[in-house]
Ligand binder design. Structure first.
Ligand code: ATP
Ligand code: MG
Length: 141
């Protein structure tokens, strides 16, 4: 039996500004992810701080939360078998200098901070991140 898993992804402000939204969503669909929900929005600095609270002690926290609240983002709830790991593989390494060919960050990221896309890194964070952006009734059956 297939065990489906859900993950939360964010197309970050740099990628939205580069008109990369369509290309990135096409990558999700081509790689077997089912879109359960999608929304475009802008978040405040405070909301970015809540979302990235796990990084509060990191030196890049302030810069990261300024960046994430600097313009529109697109968030999606995605589903497939092994979605969390498979999405992170499709994203590529955090630093685009280390990202493999064919990954989203290789194509669209311009720096370790302006790296085009976010993906949940574990089941517990996926649950938190999905509920941060989507109510249960907003997810496709
Ligand atoms: P994400 O959580 O956004 O999917 P990630 O899991 O690959 O990315 P994390 O270590 O969780 O990477 O860092 C979160 C985000 O913080 C990165 O995606 C990047 O935008 C930013 N970041 C990470 N390391 C640095 C750094 N050294 N300098 C500046 N920004 C950084
Ligand atoms: Mg992370």
């Amino acid at each position: 039996m297939k065990t489906l898993q859900r993950t939360l992804t964010i197309i970050k402000p740099d990628a939205v500004a580069k008109n990369a939204v369509g290309d990135i969503i096409e990558q999700f669909e081509k790689n077997g992810f089912r879109i359960l929900a999608i929304k475009m929005l802008e978040i405040s600095k405070h909301q970015a701080e809540q979302f990235y609270a796990v990084h509060a002690s990191r030196p890049f926290y302030s810069s990261l939360t300024n960046f994430m609240s600097s313009g529109p983002i697109v968030t999606l709830a995605l589903e497939k078998e092994n979605a969390i790991a498979d999405l992170r593989k499709l994203m590529g390494a955090t630093n685009p200098a280390n990202a493999e060919d064919g990954t989203i960050r290789k194509k669209w990221a311009s720096s370790i901070e302006h790296n085009a896309i976010h993906g949940s890194d574990a089941e517990e964070t996926a649950r938190f991140e999905l509920s941060f952006f989507f109510a249960g009734y907003e997810l496709a059956k």
